[in-house]
Design a protein around this ligand. Structure first.
Ligand SMILES: CC(C)C[C@H](N)C(=O)O
Length: 446
């Protein structure tokens, strides 16, 4: 075609992820029936799906939830559902998700002008702005007042509770997926803006072959890495033993929680402005996650997991307002929490429960959720600083994740294990945001 004067676009990316070598994804992930399932439902296998395929049991549950949110019958029209996700993805400057949902929005018959700026969308959709902003960055600030403004009889235009819960789940689901997209360094799809070029890239623009862990490093690093993993495993065993032996006071437990919550973990990397196609869809772009101040200085209140939990409260509320959706979410939380291959880097037959639990609880801690019966001292013992930097960046400022934050932690673990950690961050973050909103809805209904 180029001979005929038609320019042929060429894909720029060298695989699904800028962080994970393509061959690892292809070898470990692609030989799965679930990809056939995904191809049949989406008509293609996108980068997100390819990376998730490293964990097939999660992927199949994810595909079910996507289908329930975007395709099955529900209170919101299909084009609206994708637009809500576009608005949500824009909060995290995630042009990957913005473009995926923009395309689906148009395919569902959506009005093209809405994509040119949020001001072109109907007032009813725009009225989600505050909730979208709080859900993405500071869900602990959501109150029953926010719910009331959208659903009470005088509200104009008015959201029904079923519509609202659908929108809330769409937003929270998309925010947490943005964490995954950034955290795995997903490359743009070949048809995305930024994903192709009309001229072959000059050598300086060819993405450098992604850093490969252990194997290419010096021997000494390999040895150090092996020691690191062993130290971590030893700590896991010791912690389990200690917990059986000693009980510390409630006060000490609270202090340990506060220490984790307010520890200074630098996550703010200054990035270039997001592309215009994203920027025009965000209002108040400067509103972000804010670190909790050390104890005493006006830190926002803690949510005690005992007072409002997914199992005892959230699940049944969602089931009541949007039948089946509670079930799908519950399945997702269970799959993520129980996922294990009993493996730690080069070691097999390891019980990794304490480590996975520490990750989950650390993310909830960053979102102000405290479990009375959990000793946050474990978080400090098990999560090395570079891992905390990665997790906190991904959970709270996903758009600031860089290749070096990704490569710095767990240097001797497999990429699929790092992706597993990403799944935990994504699940925990989703649950935290939902819990705050559901609690406000419960308060409103009462
Ligand atoms: C997140 C990882 C440390 C999980 C570990 N590879 C497991 O199989 O449980």
């Amino acid at each position: 075609m180029s001979e005929e004067g038609i320019e042929v676009p060429r894909a720029l990316a060298s695989g699904p992820s800028a962080f994970i070598p393509a061959k690892e994804i292809l070898i470990e992930g692609l030989n799965q029936d679930v990809l056939i399932e995904s191809f049949l439902s989406l008509g293609r296998v996108d980068h997100l799906t390819m990376v998730m395929a490293l964990h097939p049991s999660y992927l199949s549950c994810f595909l079910r939830i996507q289908q329930a949110l975007f395709e099955l019958d529900g209170p919101l029209p299909r084009d609206w559902r994708h637009y809500v996700s576009v608005m949500a993805a824009a909060r995290h400057h995630c042009s990957y998700m913005v473009q995926q949902h923009s395309k689906a929005f148009l395919e569902a018959g959506g009005e093209e002008s809405w994509l040119g700026g949020i001001k072109h969308a109907p007032v009813k959709l725009r009225s989600l702005h505050t909730l979208n902003k709080l859900l993405a960055h500071r869900p602990w600030l959501i109150t029953q007042q926010h719910i009331q403004e959208l659903v009470c009889a005088g509200a104009e235009p008015r959201w029904s509770l079923a519509e609202l819960i659908h929108a809330v789940i769409l937003m929270a689901h998309t925010h947490s997926l943005c964490s995954f997209v950034w955290g795995c360094g997903l490359n743009p799809e070949p048809d995305h803006i930024g994903g192709y070029a009309f001229h072959p890239p000059s050598p300086s623009h060819i993405p450098r072959s992604p850093y490969s862990p252990a194997h290419e490093d010096g021997r000494q690093e390999l040895v150090d890495g092996a020691v690191e993993v062993e130290v971590l495993m030893k700590r896991m065993v010791e912690l389990q033993q200690q917990q059986e032996e000693e009980e510390c006071t409630q006060e000490e437990m609270v202090t340990r929680f506060e220490r984790e919550r307010s520890e200074s973990i630098p996550t703010a990397v200054v990035r270039g402005a997001p592309p215009e196609l994203v920027l025009c869809l965000v209002e108040e772009p400067e509103f972000r996650y804010e670190d909790f101040a050390p104890r005493g200085e006006q830190s926002p209140p803690i949510m005690r997991a005992q007072d409002y939990s997914w199992e005892d409260h959230g699940f049944s509320l969602v089931q009541r307002l949007l039948p089946d959706m509670g079930q799908f979410l519950d399945e997702e939380f269970q799959v993520v929490s129980n996922l294990t291959y009993n493996r730690m880097a080069m070691h097999e037959d390891v019980d990794t429960y304490t480590l996975r639990k520490a990750l989950w609880n650390y993310i909830h801690c960053l979102y102000g959720i405290r479990y009375d019966d959990y000793d946050y001292g474990s978080v400090n013992v098990l999560l090395e600083r570079s891992l905390k930097v990665f997790v906190k960046t991904m959970a709270c400022h996903p758009e600031q994740t860089t290749a070096s934050t990704y490569h710095a932690f767990w240097r001797h673990f497999r990429h699929s294990e790092k992706v597993h950690a990403n799944l935990i961050v994504m699940g925990a973050r989703l649950q935290a945001a939902l819990l705050y909103t559901l609690r406000s809805i419960t308060a409103y209904i009462k």
